[in-house]
Design a protein around this ligand. Structure first.
Ligand SMILES: C[S@@+](CC[C@H](N)C(=O)[O-])C[C@H]1O[C@@H](n2cnc3c(N)ncnc32)[C@H](O)[C@@H]1O
Length: 252
């Protein structure tokens, strides 16, 4: 069963996009200011329904959004059309794709890289990023930390995530502590007339040690410039930060 399939539209209209809206309004501008960088071309990896990609196209960047979910890409395309924006949308796997193009900036937001459950996949994704970055280009991303996955997520084993007249969504979190892999089982009910249709998706995310992430970036030819637990303050990553934000650059 693919993920972000029937759930995609509920993700887009639910609380999840708050995170990406914060990236658009606070985090990305902060990185650009800090790095004194103004990209013209941008690749958003695992772009989802394109909230971030659309916002960057709106301010004049040439944007490509890549995601594995056809449903998400269709939502992004429809929104681009409604807003009169031109973007490129690519259905693909972030561990193996070839766009035949280099970009000034590559981004990947909101845990997307945590979906890669094997270290070889994360290494492959970083290599693809390097291959698609122009020399001196920046790779900006966030990931859940091991602490985030194994401690913070697990504080909430079962909860109601969304409730409207036509849709109810619960989330159940479990963890494979040995491998730092959390599973979020989404249990969803859509109203269909007088009946309720039940469906589920299981999302698995792996937390990686920061040293391993930095080693893999280096092996891909990406130089890490900043590692922070809070990009607004640029504070050093703490042992109890649930998310790490990283800026890396292609080349030295
Ligand atoms: C939590 S969502 C984040 C979406 C978007 N970046 C945002 O900020 O809303 C994770 C995304 O990763 C995508 N994804 C997971 N594994 C992928 C892979 N191997 N290749 C491409 N996309 C992937 C999913 O389809 C989903 O869109």
């Amino acid at each position: 069963m693919p993920i972000y399939d029937r759930f995609a539209k509920h993700y887009q209209s639910g609380p999840y996009t708050q995170f990406t809206r914060r990236v658009i309004s606070e985090v990305f501008p902060r990185w650009l200011e800090l790095l004194d960088f103004q990209p013209q071309t941008l690749l958003d990896l695992a772009c989802g329904s394109g909230e971030f990609a659309l916002a960057q196209a709106e301010v004049g960047l040439q944007v490509t959004g890549l995601d594995q979910s056809a449903r998400f890409l269709a939502l992004g395309q429809a929104e681009a059309k409604a807003r009169g924006l031109k973007l490129s949308w690519v259905q693909g796997d972030m561990t193996r794709f070839d766009l035949g193009q280099e970009f000034d900036c590559v981004t990947s937001w909101f845990d997307s890289l945590n979906y890669l459950l094997h270290v070889e996949e994360l290494a492959a994704a970083f290599k693809q990023v390097a291959a698609h970055l122009a020399p001196g280009g920046y790779f900006l991303f966030d990931m859940n930390t091991i602490y985030g996955i194994t401690v913070q997520w697990q504080r909430f084993p079962y909860y109601l995530q969304q409730e409207t007249a036509d849709y109810i969504e619960f989330a159940e979190n479990t963890c494979d502590y040995e491998n730092s892999i959390a599973t979020m089982r989404l249990i969803m009910f859509e109203r269909d007339g007088k009946a309720w249709r039940h469906f589920e998706e299981s999302h698995r995310e792996r937390g990686y040690a920061i040293d391993d992430i930095l080693l893999l970036l280096g092996a891909a030819g990406l130089t890490t410039l900043h590692v922070t637990g809070d990009p607004r303050l640029m504070s050093p990553l703490g042992s109890q930060d649930g998310r790490v934000w990283i800026a890396a650059r292609k080349g030295a």
